[in-house]
Design a protein around this ligand. Structure first.
Ligand SMILES: *[C@@H]1O[C@H](CO)[C@@H](O)[C@H](O)[C@H]1NC(C)=O
Ligand SMILES: *[C@@H]1O[C@H](CO)[C@@H](O)[C@H](O)[C@H]1NC(C)=O
Ligand SMILES: *[C@@H]1O[C@H](CO)[C@@H](O)[C@H](O)[C@H]1NC(C)=O
Ligand SMILES: *[C@@H]1O[C@H](CO)[C@@H](O)[C@H](O)[C@H]1NC(C)=O
Ligand SMILES: [Cu+2]
Length: 709
């Protein structure tokens, strides 16, 4: 009898393994998420589990290329999981082998808190609203207790508060009031800050400032259409919108020029895999460039691995505001579903994203990743002055954009990974959404730490600092990295080596050790990632990708600050460390550590551990290149009640990689040789060149411009 029971139990546990998607880097399917959570549940039988993370454990690099390039076996299909137990500190994490439906690694990690989830954020508001001490504080702020439904909070990561450390799963509740459900609450901040224990579901403490400020009596400043009509509507124009809204429509009559097989993209000589996970969001992997039949590797993996948004107000408890949004919330899990024609225009291919919910059930964000092309202006052009610029070639380019938008409480981060036909890889970030705001009294001097952006609304200074993780593979696995500084020639004007004082050149310093790679930006500095064994036959220089990044603010928090301790990568513009198969996922992914929430910043984790004594050799070997970039944001009234997108970017450009302009084979829009000009010809085969027949003159009606000059 007992034996029989065991057998039948065994039979239910060993259901069919889920079908793996075609590519080893493809994110887990919903069936794989479900299968993982079943396996995890039976592994921790008898425990009440809360699922936090179920995500692909990517194959290690060597296993991947053994399969991809050396006819080796397909790497094992693995799922990484993090679960918590109710009433229990710490996490259980591990790895499930999907084909065999078994847990192959598992450990209990204490003293850490798992990544926060959108449902954590939603719960905090309910907990705060019904707490009697919060209600009391609201009354002190001038909000009667019957109006608690109008009290809101933005649940924020606590960062780290030494009063509790990481012993409880905490959030800080930044408090606000709305006069109506449809208002934006950011014009009505409250002055106190409850701390909420997410496990217990209760408020554990309220930080109350010495100086009390009653909720502002000024009208809300909001931005939804109904508020625009209230603000600007007239009897002639009730909507209040500008009267210049002629549509700009994008037509791509023949569809797109990219092709996708599953998650593998082919576009204008680029070939790569597009992945997505809860934490980094979009991941571009195994990127190659087809150089006239020679498929050359560029990067094994490109992603945003961490970010920090430190605020600059010295008053307690505002020092706690320094969200590490990727490690604490997840750029993937906070990603928005995108809408056709609004978030991206034109002919769009979308990818969905799948996560786990708290019960281990798959949860899908539709249209999480948008893939599309845009016109990219002039790719190259030259005209000859000798015949009044009639001898000419003009070639327009296009670009491929892989994008996502994620919301971290009040802010939106729009991420655009952009490829150009000349081999350039660009990352553009647009910040929008709403400033984090705090109340100030009518007569208050808020000092230099913030800006009054609206009556009684103080928006604190802050930085948005990102860590770009590059796993380069420029023409092979062994790469080096260097600074490249533009310097004036040696010697004073009149000296033998610089007689006329005009000399300048590029001064390249190759990093030999990790310590050498901890560099600061300067206006005259770029960085090269290169393959020292692959020399360009013309320039004699190694095949490189140059990192051109000018949005590189210094980290303004000082040594000893929580910010600097918890983001051990943010103080340098670059860090290069050897690649190693270790850590969550694998291969040194997360520079603020694997579990970031409520980390004190002490001890050797993430980048601090990888840097170590700084003596690891990083020349001509398998390296990881981390780059810190972003902006410092001093708010202004223009950023309120919602910010117009603030744009910054960086570029990776091929240098000494090709032997000539790599996009000469992009068909010009228009071209005429000198002979054709002299003969009065319209140009060879002009009508089949890439002339855009939908373009027209603004103020005169013309039919298509082709063959007209
Ligand atoms: C262009 O877009 C506008 C706004 O979406 C739409 O109303 C209009 O029909 C479109 N026009 C054409 C010619 O497709
Ligand atoms: C992409 O291009 C490669 C050759 O460069 C080809 O083998 C592959 O089938 C193409 N994939 C798609 C989806 O078009
Ligand atoms: C993602 O969000 C869902 C829904 O709130 C949550 O249940 C899940 O645990 C989250 N996962 C991660 C890794 O943040
Ligand atoms: C690549 O680097 C490894 C270790 O750093 C070294 O053993 C190997 O010889 C290098 N290969 C080439 C082609 O330089
Ligand atoms: Cu900002």
């Amino acid at each position: 009898m007992e034996r029989l029971q065991q057998l039948s139990l065994h039979a239910t546990a060993s259901t069919q393994p889920p079908v793996a998607p075609p590519h080893p880097l493809d994110p887990l399917t919903t069936q794989e998420i479900k299968a993982t959570s079943l396996v995890v549940r039976s592994h921790y039988k008898g425990k009440t589990l809360v699922f936090n993370t179920v995500s692909l454990r990517e194959p290690i690099k060597r296993a991947y290329y053994d399969w991809k390039e050396r006819n080796g076996p397909k790497p094992p299909r693995l799922a990484y999981f993090v679960v918590t137990e109710n009433d229990h500190v710490g996490v259980h994490e591990g790895v499930v082998d999907l084909p065999s439906l078994t847990v192959i690694e598992s450990k209990a990690t204490s003293g850490v808190q798992p990544i926060l989830t959108p449902s954590d954020l939603q719960n905090t508001e309910d907990i705060v609203r019904s707490d009697p001490r919060v209600i009391e504080q609201c009354e002190i702020s001038g909000i009667p207790k019957e109006e608690m439904k109008n009290v809101y909070c933005d649940a924020w990561t606590i960062g780290y508060d030494e009063r509790w450390g990481s012993s409880k799963r905490l959030q800080q509740a930044l408090m606000y009031w709305r006069s109506d459900e449809d208002d934006s609450h950011y014009s009505h901040p409250l002055d106190f800050c409850p701390i909420v224990d997410m496990t217990e579901g209760k408020v554990v403490y309220i930080d109350v400032p010495g100086r009390r400020r009653k909720v502002s009596k000024h009208k809300h400043s909001s931005f939804h259409p109904k508020h625009i009509s209230e603000k600007f509507g007239t009897s002639e124009n009730p909507s209040g919108f500008r009267d210049d809204a002629k549509p700009i429509n994008i037509t791509q009559p023949e569809g797109v020029s990219f092709a996708m097989k599953g998650n593998v993209m082919n576009w204008s000589n680029f070939n790569f895999h597009i992945g997505f996970n809860y934490r980094e969001g979009i991941v571009l992997s195994d990127m190659n460039y087809n150089d006239h039949g020679n498929v050359r590797p560029l990067f094994h993996r490109i992603s945003l691995s961490e970010m920090i948004v430190p605020y600059g107000c010295p008053d307690f408890p505002h020092q706690r505001k320094h969200a590490l949004d990727i490690g604490e919330y997840g750029a993937g899990n906070c990603t928005n579903p995108l809408a056709l024609g609004c978030d991206c225009k034109g002919v769009i291919h979308y990818m969905d994203a799948h996560f786990t919910d708290k019960d281990g059930e798959p949860l899908t964000i539709k249209n999480a990743v948008c893939i599309h092309e845009e016109d990219d202006g002039i790719l190259f052009k030259h005209s000859d002055f000798r015949d009044d610029f009639q001898t000419t070639v003009v070639t327009r380019g296009k670009r491929l954009i892989i994008s996502q938008i994620f919301t971290a409480a009040n802010y939106e981060y729009c991420l655009y990974w952009i490829l150009r036909q000349d081999g350039t890889i660009k990352l553009e970030i647009r910040l929008t959404g709403i400033l984090n705001t705090y109340i100030c009294a009518e007569d208050e001097d808020i000092g230099p730490w913030g800006t009054v952006v609206y009556p009684q609304v103080n928006a604190h200074n802050h930085q948005h600092i990102f860590s770009l993780r590059l796993d380069p593979r420029i023409d092979g696995d062994n790469n080096s990295a260097a600074t490249s500084d533009s310097i004036s020639g040696p010697g004073a004007t009149g000296s033998p080596e610089n007689a006329y004082g005009n000399a300048f050149c590029a001064d390249k310093t190759t990093f030999k050790t990790v310590s050498d790679s901890l560099t600061q930006p300067s206006t005259a500095r770029t960085w090269d990632i290169f393959n020292p064994s692959k020399i360009n036959p013309y320039s004699g220089k190694p095949s490189s990708y140059k990192l051109v990044s000018t949005f590189t603010p210094p980290l303004l928090a000082k040594d000893g600050s929580l910010v600097k301790k918890r983001a051990p990568w943010a103080a340098w513009a670059t860090q290069v460390v050897p690649y190693k198969d270790e850590g969550v996922g694998y291969g040194r992914l997360y520079p603020s550590g694997d579990h970031v929430a409520q980390w004190s910043g002490d001890g050797a984790r993430g980048m601090r551990e990888w840097i170590g004594d700084g003596k690891d050799q990083i020349e001509n070997t398998d390296i990881l290149f981390f780059h810190t970039f972003g902006i410092t944001h001093f708010p202004a009234p223009e950023d309120f009640p919602v910010m117009p997108t603030e744009i910054f970017d960086l570029m990776l450009r091929p240098r000494h990689f090709f032997t000539e302009n790599p996009c000469l084979d992009v068909k010009p829009s228009y071209a005429r040789t000198t002979k054709e000009v002299k003969a009065g010809d319209k140009g060879v085969d002009e009508c089949t060149l890439d002339v855009d027949k939908t373009s027209q003159l603004a103020f005169t009606k013309t039919s298509g411009s082709c063959c007209k000059k």
